[in-house]
Design a protein around this ligand. Structure first.
Ligand code: GLU
Length: 316
């Protein structure tokens, strides 16, 4: 068996348990660096030293280390799924209301939205995710329920659900998101009432998931749009586009740094999770609640960096 570490990419066998162990060791060495998000007060209770990582391969293998089955708040990682489902149900129409360029601004910034007339720069900043949630609501009548059911089905975790305490905390402290939504609505770029859009947005951000759940649910992107059961969620071209937006816009205002260090499409959340895709091979999720200045998990970025550096596998 030609196992990596040591390989320089391509089709050779990767020794995932060895890679995960090395990634965990590197992540644990970041102990004490970064800060747990507290702008949503319910998130501040996360264990700062927790760390987990999981891999789901396109062949159906599943590996994990550390706290890989421990639940955490999915937060913005849910935006990957709301986008994918909006694209799967609605196709290209979505892109009339939201762009696909990196924003170069904080994820909850209002400034750009004003100069760009209520069309958010990309689907992963909060403004863009609100538009995506709105369109998914129009298409399905239950945006957050659609995301939840998709995650449940793909992960096999029937108990996966919104944490009502986190959702309430988000709503209570959500003045900025409410401002963004009203501003977008003032430009005619919401199809549903602001309150409905915010409710569903908070509900999908407040879903509780584990690394295990997320790699299983995200593996359709590693399979170019095909779910684990062999059915197609979206076209190969749509999967490519989502991976492209993940690479350029998925890790806040540090997507360049993430591409530089990790070299994979990925989506981070302020709960400390990062779901990354190795197209054609695997979905990988790392989680640690301490965040860097940009809002990305210090431990998760380090773990993913270690994994792609040791294996030689990235999209580049
Ligand atoms: N629900 C969070 C918010 O709207 C998501 C933040 C994030 O993970 O980026 O602020």
């Amino acid at each position: 068996m030609n196992s990596v570490p040591g390989g320089q990419n391509g089709g050779e066998h990767l020794d995932w348990p060895v890679l995960l162990e090395a990634a965990e060791a590197a992540a644990r060495a970041t102990r004490g660096r970064g800060r747990v998000a507290d702008y949503i007060p319910a998130l501040a209770t996360a264990d700062p030293e927790a760390f987990g990582m999981a891999v789901a391969t396109v062949d159906g293998e599943l590996y994990g280390v550390g706290d890989w089955e421990r639940p955490f708040s999915v937060q913005s990682v849910s935006k990957l799924f709301s986008l994918a489902l909006a694209v799967a149900y609605g196709g290209d129409s979505l892109w009339r209301g939201v762009g696909r360029e990196p924003s170069g601004n904080p994820f909850n910034s209002l400034v750009q939205l004003e100069t760009e007339h209520g069309i958010p720069r990309n689907p992963f900043i909060n403004a863009g995710a609100l538009v995506v949630t709105d369109r998914l609501q129009t298409m399905t009548g239950d945006a957050s329920g659609t995301v939840r059911e998709f995650l449940r089905r793909e992960s096999g975790n029937a108990g996966l659900d919104t944490d009502p305490v986190v959702a309430a905390s988000e709503a209570e402290h959500g003045h900025r998101n409410a401002a963004l939504a009203h501003f977008i609505a003032s430009h005619g770029n919401l199809e549903n009432p602001v309150e409905t859009v915010l409710e569903h947005y908070y509900a999908h951000c407040a879903l509780t998931t584990s690394c295990r759940d997320l790699v299983l649910a995200g593996s359709f992107l590693a399979r170019y749009g095909v779910r684990a059961d062999g059915t197609r969620l979206m076209s190969r071209s749509e999967a490519k586009r989502i991976n492209a937006v993940l690479l350029t816009c998925g890790t806040y205002d540090a997507a360049g740094e993430f591409a530089f260090r990790v070299g994979l499409p990925g989506k981070s959340g302020v709960g400390g999770g990062i779901l990354a895709i190795l197209p054609g091979r695997a979905a990988v999720c790392a989680w640690g609640p301490r965040l860097d200045q940009a809002g990305n998990s210090v431990a998760a970025v380090t773990a993913l960096d270690t994994l792609t550096t040791l294996s030689g596998c990235s999209v580049f």
